[in-house]
Design a protein around this ligand. Sequence first.
Ligand code: HEC
Ligand code: HEC
Length: 365
Amino acid sequence: MQNLRKQIMALSLAAAVGGAWAQGAAPAAPDLAAMPDVKPGNAAMIELGKYFFFDNRISGDWGVSCATCHDPKKGWGDGQALSTGYPSMEYFRNAPTVLNAKYRGRFLWDGRLDGTDAGTLARDMITETHTMNMDSRLMQERLKQVPEYRELWAKWRKDDINGMRVYGVIGEFIRSLETANAPFDKFKKGDAAALTAEQKEGYAVFRGKAGCVACHNGPIGSDGKLHKTGVPEHPDVLKNPLRTITMLRHYATSGMPNYMNARSDVGHYAISKDKRDLGKFNTAQLRDLKHTAPYMHNGVFATLEEVIDFYDKGGGVGSVLKPLNLSAAEKKALREFLLTLSGDPVIVKDPGQPDLQVWTTYGKN
Ligand code: HEC
Ligand code: HEC
C-alpha cells in the first residue's frame, strides 16, 4: 500500500512537471546496431578450443561433439526443429546457433544462464545428461592423454590440462565466432547502397508499424530479456515419450513445483518458479537467420514467412503482442530486411582428432 501511494505520488509529480521534463529524461529509442569492431580473443585458447569443439571424446560415450549439434555447415545449429540430444535421449527444444555468443545477454531458450559466462555454458553442455553426459574428471584425463593437446596447451600456460580451464577455452572459441559481412552492417557504417529500397522499407516496418525493435535491438537483435509471445507447442514434444522424458527431467532438476503434471514448455518459469514467467522465452537473436532455420525455441516455424505471419496475427495464446495488419508488401519487405542481418557463412574446418597416447612423463612436457 505504502509503495503504491509512493508510486502514485511520483507519477503525478512527473505529470505536473510536464512533457518537456519527461521527454528530456526518456532514454533513446532502441534500435538495431552494427556489429562492433572488437579485439580478437586469445589466439592460443581459440586454437585449442577449436580442437575441443570438434572432439567427440569430450562426450560420455564418444557419441557427440559440440559440432554434432552446432554444425558450422548448418549455421552452427543442427538444422532440425528439435535437437536429437545425447544418444538414447531426444531433446525438447531446438539447438540454436552459437554464432555471436559474445553478444548474448542470456544463454539458452529459457534464459537460464548469464550471457557473460561462455565457460559455464560450455561446462553445462558437457556435463548435462541431455547433451554430452560427461564427467569433468574423465574429460580432463582423456584430454591429457593427447600429446598434441599438451603441446597446444603449453603455448598458452605452464600447468597441466585442467578440466575447469577446458571450459573457458571452449568458451573463448565460441566467443570468437561472429557474423561477418552482413549488408546491414555496411549500411549502418555509412554505405547507403548496401540495402535495396525494399530492404530499407522493411527496416522502417521493423522499427515502426511492426514494433519488432522493442525486443529485437542492439548488435544481434536481442534485448537479452524474457517475453511471452505464445509460440505454439511443437506436437512431437508430447507425442514422443523420449522428448517428454527429457522435458520432465529438466523440470525436476530445476526444482519446479508439481513438475510431473507439466505438459508444455513452461520456459523461464522452471528456473524462476515465478508464475509471471510461465511461457516466457529469451529473445532470439536475428543474426544469420539465412542459415539457421527452423525458428523459435522448438523450431515450430520452418520459414521466415511463417514467423512473420505469426507476429502479424499478434502472436499466440497469452502473447503480449497485438495484431499488426501488415500488407503483403510490408511482410515481404520485412522478410527481405531480416535477411540483411545475415553475413557470409562462418565456416571453420574440423581440425580432426589427434590420437590418444599414454603420457609417461608425468609433470614434464
Ligand atoms: C546433443 C546436442 C548438443 C551438443 C552436443 C551441444 N549442444 Fe549446445 N545446445 C544444444 C541445445 C538443444 C541447446 C538449447 C538448450 C535449451 O535452451 O534448453 C544448446 C544451446 C547452446 C548455446 C546457447 C546459445 C544461445 O544463444 O542461447 C551455446 C552457446 C551452445 N549450446 C554451445 C555448445 C558447446 C560449446 C558445446 C560443446 C561443449 C555444445 N553446445 C554441445 C544442443 C547441443
Ligand atoms: C515482446 C518482444 C518481441 C517482439 C515485439 C518481437 N519478438 Fe521476435 N522473438 C521474441 C522472443 C521472446 C523470441 C523467442 C520466442 C520463442 O522461441 O518462443 C523471438 C523469436 C523471433 C524469431 C526467431 C529467431 C530464431 O532464430 O529462432 C524471429 C525471426 C523473430 N522473433 C522476428 C521478429 C519480428 C520480425 C518481429 C516484429 C514483427 C518480432 N520478432 C517481434 C520477442 C519478440
